[in-house]
Design a protein around this ligand. Sequence first.
Ligand SMILES: Nc1nc(=O)c2c([nH]1)NC[C@@H]1CN(c3ccc(C(=O)N[C@@H](CCC(=O)O)C(=O)O)cc3)CN21
Ligand SMILES: CC(C)C(=O)C(=O)O
Ligand SMILES: [Mg+2]
Length: 283
Amino acid sequence: MSEGTTSGAGGAGATAPPRRVRVHHLRQAKAEGRRLTMLTAYDAVTARLFDEAGLDLLLVGDSIGNTMHGHATTLPVTLDELVVAARSVAGATRRALVVADLPFGSYEAGPAQALASGVRMLKEAGVAAVKIEGGTRIVPQVEALTGAGVPVVGHLGFTPQSEHLLGGPRVQGRGQEAADRLTADALALQEAGAVAVVLEMVPAPVAARVTEVLEVPTIGIGAGAACDGQVLVWTDMAGMTGWSPRFARRFGEVGAALTAAAEAYAAAVRDGGFPGPEHTFER
Ligand SMILES: Nc1nc(=O)c2c([nH]1)NC[C@@H]1CN(c3ccc(C(=O)N[C@@H](CCC(=O)O)C(=O)O)cc3)CN21
Ligand SMILES: CC(C)C(=O)C(=O)O
Ligand SMILES: [Mg+2]
């Protein structure tokens, strides 16, 4: 889905902003067979880089808890924390559609709670959609958000906010009954108004079937190649971590590059090579 990166085609000049990806483009991309690309981002620095790289969607994930705040799970992340991160991402993004997770405890109580949290994300952070975990049990929340103009992305399969209930990071939807339940959940989310559904740690044939029956796109993470799009946690994608889930691929060694830059800086300070005359105000 890269058509929006060619800006200025209408004669508006080289400085015309790229066309913004919007929620109605998601179904359109699926119908036209264009794969959707999504990465997490937690701050303005990475959001600008990923937006310039042409990513279609950026997810301000509650994985910020693991990746940036050093928690073992996503559970401690608060709505206040995620609103700050989402505001940074949305403010630094020109083309990508920005989606923010609603964190654990900010939507489960019911439609009113979900709506209050979703409205904060659009009003205070300026994102275009929110993502919530769960199927049939959160349909009232999806309906309330959608009805109020807050687009919702669903999230099925392994849902990290329920990891204690699920017994850890486990593949979900194995076996006929579980696969049928997952498919029914996906259809229920779409019926309630979800604009896309993330499938995490789902057997590839099950994700393929869900992708086939849905009109809205599926975005997979550990869910095989048949999904309409893919999402990864950026620190896994860029090689920032020692360990990553099996479903992630390192597309770079940014962690090693950053360590090398920091070492070079420290060495130059120690040996007097930095700052040089060009970095110095003589008067
Ligand atoms: N860095 C990072 N990457 C992620 O993809 C991610 C997060 N953090 N935090 C939020 C959730 C949690 N996720 C996780 C967490 C752990 C595993 C894990 O331990 N997987 C094992 C076993 C999987 C199995 O075969 O059952 C693995 O080896 O990949 C997977 C996904 C995915 N999300
Ligand atoms: C792994 C993705 C889908 C997510 O929810 C997150 O990064 O929080
Ligand atoms: Mg998440």
